[in-house]
Design a protein around this ligand. Structure first.
Ligand code: KIV
Length: 272
């Protein structure tokens, strides 16, 4: 089965597996609000992740650690409201899935029930295997997030590339195989060597979605503000900007200011 933009059928985790099997790349973007979700869903994006990067992009926090479950539910609900076709995956924030399966299940149920998301994303590997099992057993689809896990920044001390040494690469491969065995429907691989991402993607039968993980993953994801060029301060090697909204929005704001100052907005046609 091929998933085309013209086909308005709601995308499911089953579609993503078929896309991998057919060699069709999976296109993923983040979103955190209704309007953006409507635009990218209408444009044909296949998966929308409501990332905990909302902590940075929407709230301006320095890390993803400070965003709460309540805040993530707020953003995820807005994205679900704006999405008809894409699969919506809501990120579980820091501390909600961390070694207490019953507590993790409660948080995952809240996320699904209060937002209407199709699935959740969880950072972590073998350390949270029991939580993953519990949540999947309850019928909640999970995308695992491995490689660079921003919620563990205080452990790493850096946002650098992960899995570069043999030991870490081995653990990463093992975690991916374990996650597949536990029944996650996909794995997001962040900032790892392209060759390692290629090996993982070939070895497991579920889709891999990469960010800074080279071209061999089954799909790609980027943060919407980065893709649209809204943030001039963030230019990692893996980022390709597809628009320059920073310049466009700055220019539009300045034009608006000068029109209001000059008294030329609103004109007669724009008045009642
Ligand atoms: O939080 C986030 O935006 C992410 C992206 C890598 C999808 O995890």
């Amino acid at each position: 089965m091929s998933v085309h933009t013209a086909d308005k059928t709601k995308i499911t985790t089953v579609h993503l597996k078929k896309m991998k099997d057919n060699g069709e790349k999976i296109c993923v973007l983040t979103a955190y609000d209704y309007t953006t979700a409507r635009i990218i869903d209408g444009a044909g994006i296949e998966v929308v992740i409501v990332g905990d990067s909302a902590s940075n992009t929407m709230i301006g926090n320095p890390t993803t650690l400070s965003i709460t479950l309540e805040q993530m539910i707020h953003y995820a609900k807005a994205v679900v409201n704006g999405t008809k076709r894409a699969l919506v995956i809501a990120d579980m924030p820091f501390g909600t899935v961390c070694g207490n399966p019953l507590k993790s299940l409660d948080a995952a149920i809240r996320m699904m029930q209060e937002t209407g998301a199709d699935a959740i994303k969880v950072e972590g590997g073998a350390e949270i295997r029991e939580d993953i099992k519990k949540i999947i057993d309850a019928g909640i689809p999970i995308m695992a997030h491995l490689g660079l896990m921003p919620q563990s920044i205080n452990k790493y001390g850096t946002y650098g590339v992960r899995g570069k040494d043999k030991e870490e690469a081995k653990k990463l491969m093992e975690d991916c195989l374990l996650m597949e065995e536990l029944g996650v429907f996909g794995i997001l691989l962040e900032k790892i060597p392209a060759s390692l991402a290629a090996q993982i993607s070939a070895k497991i039968s579920i889709p891999t979605i990469g960010i800074g993980a080279g071209s061999a993953t089954d799909g790609q994801v980027l943060v919407i503000q980065d893709v649209m060029g809204m943030n001039k301060d963030f230019s990692p090697k893996f980022l390709r900007r597809y628009a320059d909204l920073h310049t466009i929005m700055t220019g539009a704001t300045q034009s608006y200011i000068s029109d209001v100052k000059a008294g030329s907005f609103p004109n007669e046609d724009e008045s009642y």
